[in-house]
Design a protein around this ligand. Structure first.
Ligand code: D5M
Ligand code: FE
Ligand code: ZN
Length: 549
C-alpha cells in the first residue's frame, strides 16, 4: 500500500478549501487510493460543508465500493482502520516517553518507525527521531481531543494599542512605567529613598536606592561605579572590588532596574554598596498546570522563503502531529520568524528562495495547513517578519493576517503572554538574547546554552532591558517588555539554538529553528539546532524534544 502522509492529505483538502477532522484524514490516508478517496470525500461532502468529517469519508467510501464491480483487495475498510487506531493509541499511552512522571527519560522502543536517543540536561528529556509513521500507526480515532476542554487566553497583547509617536517624551513615559512596575517588585526588599532624598542625607548614613542603570564602569583601581536613575535624579554607587560582588556586577545591563544598598560616604556624594538586588523570580514560584494530560509544541524560526528552510523536516513534524502519539499536542506556539523576510540582513537576498514577502507568507500558510486543523495556534512575530522591528512588535497587519488565515490562529504581539490550561507562557522572539550573550560572561549566557541567557532576562524581569543597542525598543505609554507577572514557561527563539532548563521553577525554552545553517551563520560559527520540536507537558511541565531532521 502506498504510504500517503497525513499532512499531504490535509494539504490536498486545504487546497480544495476544506478543513478536516483528524479521523477523516486518517481514513483517507489508509485508503487504497488516497487521491481518489480525497476526491470522493470532497464530492460527497455537502456543498455548504467547510470541514470534511469521518462520516463524509465513510459514506463516500461506501458509495465507491457499492459502485465498483470488484472492490480493491488492498482496500482497508473504515472499521479495520478504526480498530488499529484504538490499538495504536493504547500503545502510545503506555509506552510514550512523554508519559514518565519523574522527569526521567524513558526510551520509546514501541516501533521501528522511530528511534529514540536519550539526553539529560538540567531537566531530563527525551530526544526522538521520528521517521515517517506507518499508516496503521497514523490511524487515530480522535478520542482524546475535545476542543471543549481547552482553555487559551491571551494577555498583554499590545496589537492595536501602539501609542508612541517616536518622540523623546514617549521614551520618558516608557521608562517611567518600567521604573514604576519593576521598582514595585524591589520595594519590599530594601528600604529605599529617592535619589534626591539620598543627596540630602548626612554622610555615613545607611541608604538604599532603586533605579534604572544609567552607567556601569570599572575604575582605575578595579572597583565599579554604578549610577542609578529614578524619577527624581541620579546617584552614584561604588562597588568595591573586595565586596565579593564581581559576579553580580558582571550581570548588570544598562537600563535595567536594580536596587543598591550601602553606606553613604562622609561627604554623602557616593553610596558604598554592600549589596545589589535584581527584581528576580521568587524561589517559591509555584507554576500552574493543566488538570489533564495535554501538550503544547513550542517552536519558532520557520524561515519559509529561505533557501535553507528545511521543508522535509517540517513535513516530518506535521506528519507526526497527525499520529496518535501526538494526540495530546493540542497547542502549537510559534515564537516568531515565520518567514525569512526581505532585506533583514545585508546580502540576505542571495539566499532567498522566495523573494516576495507576501508569497513567503502564502507558502508559510500552506505549510501551516499541514498542522491538524483542530490544533490551537498562537503566533508572535520576529525580526524577520513583516512588522516593525522595534519591540514590542504588534501582531501582523490585516493583509498578512488574511494570508495566514489558517486554523483560526491567534496572532498576537511580541512579546505576549498566553495562559494555556492554567500554564502562563511568556512568548518572546528573543532578539535581546544576542545582546545578553554578547554582554555577559560565557558561563552566564552563551549560544550553546541559550536558556541561561533567558534566566538573566527572568532575573531582570524584562525581556529586553538594554536600550539603544542591538535590540530596538519602541516608545510606548506602557513598557510592554516588563515581566510584571512571573511566567511558568518562558518561550523564545531567534538564536536558532535549542536549550531549556528551569530557573526558580520557571521553565525556559529556546526552541531551535527550521532553517539550516546560512552563509552568515557559517561565517560566524553559529551551528543552528534545526528541525527540533520541544513538546511541553502542560500538566507536569516536563519536556520531550523530538527531532525531525
Ligand atoms: O538570527 C539567527 C541568529 O543568527 C541570531 O542569533 C542572530 C544571528 N544572525 C543571523 N544573521 C545575522 C547577521 N547578518 N548579522 C548579525 N547576526 C545575525 P535570525 O534573525 O533569527 O535569523
Ligand atoms: Fe530566526
Ligand atoms: Zn530572529
Amino acid at each position: 500500500m502506498p504510504l500517503e502522509s497525513n499532512a499531504r492529505i490535509a494539504k490536498a483538502l486545504a487546497e480544495r478549501g476544506y478543513n478536516a477532522e483528524r479521523e477523516a484524514i486518517t481514513l483517507l490516508a489508509g485508503a487504497a487510493d488516497p487521491a481518489a478517496a480525497v476526491a470522493a470525500a470532497v464530492d460527497h461532502a455537502p456543498d455548504e460543508a467547510l470541514r470534511i468529517t469521518a462520516d463524509h469519508v465513510r459514506e463516500a467510501t461506501a458509495e465507491t465500493e457499492r459502485s465498483a464491480a470488484s472492490p480493491d483487495a488492498n482496500g482497508q475498510s473504515p472499521v479495520e482502520t478504526e480498530g488499529s487506531a484504538a490499538r495504536g493509541a493504547g500503545e502510545t499511552d503506555a509506552g510514550s516517553a512523554a508519559a514518565t512522571t519523574d522527569g526521567t527519560a524513558v526510551a520509546d522502543d514501541r516501533s521501528d518507525a522511530s528511534t529514540t536517543e536519550t539526553t539529560t540536561t538540567e531537566t531530563s528529556t527525551t530526544e526522538t527521531t521520528t521517521a515517517e509513521t506507518t499508516t496503521a500507526e497514523a490511524s487515530s480515532a480522535d478520542r482524546s481531543r475535545d476542543p471543549d476542554l481547552r482553555e487559551l487566553e491571551v494577555g498583554n497583547d499590545m496589537t492595536g494599542r501602539s501609542t508612541g509617536t517616536g518622540e523623546y517624551g514617549d521614551f520618558v513615559t516608557t521608562f517611567r512605567d518600567r521604573y514604576e512596575r519593576l521598582s514595585k517588585i524591589l520595594r519590599g526588599r530594601v528600604n529605599h529613598r529617592p535619589a534626591e532624598a539620598i543627596a540630602d542625607m548626612p554622610g555615613g548614613s545607611d541608604a538604599a536606592m532603586i533605579g534604572l542603570v544609567n552607567d556601569v564602569r570599572s575604575t582605575k583601581s578595579g572597583h565599579w561605579l554604578v549610577e542609578l536613575e529614578d524619577t527624581t535624579g541620579t546617584f552614584p554607587a561604588l562597588v568595591m572590588k573586595d565586596k565579593g560582588l564581581a559576579d553580580v556586577v558582571d550581570e548588570i545591563l544598562m537600563d535595567e532596574c536594580i536596587a543598591v544598598e550601602g553606606t553613604l560616604a562622609d561627604d554623602a556624594g557616593i553610596l558604598f554598596a554592600d549589596s545589589l538586588h535584581f527584581p528576580d523570580v521568587p524561589r517559591t514560584h509555584n507554576p500552574g498546570g493543566a488538570d489533564r494530560h495535554v501538550q503544547a509544541a513550542l517552536i519558532s524560526d520557520v524561515h519559509v522563503g529561505s533557501d535553507e528552510f528545511m521543508a522535509d523536516a517540517w513535513h516530518a513534524f506535521t506528519d507526526w502531529l497527525h499520529t496518535p502519539e501526538a494526540d495530546p499536542v493540542e497547542y502549537l506556539l510559534l515564537a516568531g520568524d515565520m518567514v525569512e523576510g526581505v532585506g533583514v540582513y545585508p546580502d540576505q537576498d542571495e539566499e532567498l528562495e522566495i523573494v516576495d514577502i507576501y508569497e513567503q507568507y502564502e507558502v508559510f500558510a500552506e505549510h501551516l495547513k499541514e498542522v491538524p486543523a483542530d490544533t490551537e495556534i498562537v503566533m508572535i512575530p520576529g525580526n524577520h517578519d513583516a512588522v516593525r522591528l522595534a519591540e514590542p512588535q504588534p501582531g501582523f497587519n490585516d493583509e498578512i493576517r488574511s494570508i495566514m488565515d489558517v486554523h483560526d490562529a491567534r496572532i498576537v504581539s511580541n512579546p505576549a503572554t498566553v495562559s494555556v490550561e492554567g500554564v502562563e507562557v511568556l512568548m518572546y522572539h528573543g532578539v535581546s538574547l544576542d545582546e545578553v550573550i554578547a554582554e555577559l560572561p560565557e558561563e552566564k549566557a552563551s549560544y550553546d546554552e541559550p536558556h541561561k541567557a533567558m534566566y538573566q532576562l527572568l532575573k531582570k524581569r524584562h525581556v529586553a532591558p538594554q536600550f539603544g543597542g542591538h535590540t530596538r525598543v519602541a516608545p510606548e505609554e506602557r513598557d510592554y517588555l516588563v515581566m510584571e507577572d512571573v511566567p511558568d514557561v518562558f518561550h523564545t527563539g531567534h538564536v536558532h539554538k535549542l536549550g531549556w532548563g528551569k530557573y526558580h521553577n520557571v521553565l525556559a525554552v529556546n526552541s531551535g529553528c527550521w532553517q539550516a545553517q546560512t552563509d552568515f551563520q557559517k561565517s560566524v560559527n553559529i551551528d543552528p539546532d534545526a528541525g527540533y520540536a520541544p513538546i511541553l507537558d502542560l500538566d507536569t511541565l516536563d519536556m520531550t524534544v523530538r527531532k525531525f531532521s
